[in-house]
Write a protein that binds this ligand. Structure first.
Ligand code: G1P
Length: 270
């Protein structure tokens, strides 16, 4: 069973400036609710029991959001408002499930995941990239079901416009059917010429614990970052089974200003 999830949250959020000069992008509201809460709802609904947040000192307000007991208690004392009590209880419940790990220099998703090594207990764990919202269907849940069936690592995927392949990790794949495929290889942000397909990596991964051994020795890749994609690539070259999952939900890219605005519009119409 997959019981633990990692959420890398130490990114600088430069694509969402000036908002992110004072607020972590994951706390920006999308239709009245921080983006991070959608990701947490997905995890909890999928049966995850423990969530590791990888933050940086600059993003301590994410911790404060869940550790604001004094603020809530003082408010509740003054006004016995049901809504405030409800919000506080929700936060208290989530607080019990999360652990914080620090990544003070943003050196990539691979490095963020490696920092969680000592907390991971089982052979497989889930990773969710918070820029990628998937609504209408629970992508993590369908990936966990797939993992339980095939005992393989799983990565979410969707087809993207050929002209935009260099924004994504891109798969080389075989044996494709309507919902899944076998992954042969993966390249982080290839040029159009290098791209083996237009099936992109979307930020949901079920990864094996042995990826930590690979990450330990991994050199920086594109833009000087330690990418999880490169560690996956090493595992693929060593005969590890990875399946791509063509999820059914609707994908919303919240990592860019245009995408962020669009996600509020889309969610408000649900
Ligand atoms: C990251 C991954 C990339 C993946 C993308 C999905 O890129 O490195 O492989 O396709 O997330 O959103 P980033 O958005 O951090 O540039």
């Amino acid at each position: 069973m997959i019981k633990q999830a990692i959420i890398p949250l130490a990114g600088l959020g430069t694509r969402l400036l000036p908002l992110t000069s004072v607020l972590p992008k994951e706390l920006l509201p999308i239709n009245g609710k921080p983006g991070l809460e959608y990701i947490l709802d997905e995890c909890i609904e999928a049966g995850i029991k423990e969530i590791i947040f990888v933050i940086s000192k600059k993003k301590n307000s994410i911790k404060k959001y869940y550790y604001n007991d004094t603020f809530y208690r003082a408010l509740i004392k003054k006004k016995k408002d049901k809504k405030i009590i409800h919000e506080y209880n929700k936060i208290k419940k989530i607080k019990k499930m999360i652990k914080f790990v620090y990544q003070n220099s943003p050196t990539g998703t691979g490095d963020a995941i490696l920092k969680c090594r000592k907390f991971i207990k089982d052979n497989f764990f889930l990773v969710l990239l918070p820029d990628d919202l998937i609504i209408k269907r629970n992508c993590s849940l369908s990936m966990i079901k797939l993992h339980n069936k095939y005992k393989a690592s799983i990565i979410a995927s969707k087809r993207v416009n050929k002209a935009e392949v260099s924004r994504w990790g891109i798969f080389n794949l075989k044996k494709i059917n309507k919902t899944n495929f076998l992954i042969n290889d993966v390249i982080e942000k290839p040029t159009i010429k290098e791209a083996p397909s237009n099936f992109a990596v979307i930020g949901r991964y079920i990864l094996p614990k042995k990826i930590f051994k690979v990450l330990e020795n991994q050199k920086a890749g594109k833009n000087g970052e330690i990418h999880i994609t490169d560690a996956i690539r090493t595992l693929l070259h060593n005969e590890n089974k990875f399946l791509g999952h063509r999820f059914n939900g609707k994908y919303l890219d919240c990592g860019t200003m245009k995408g962020y605005i669009n996600s509020t519009l889309k969610i408000s119409k649900l």
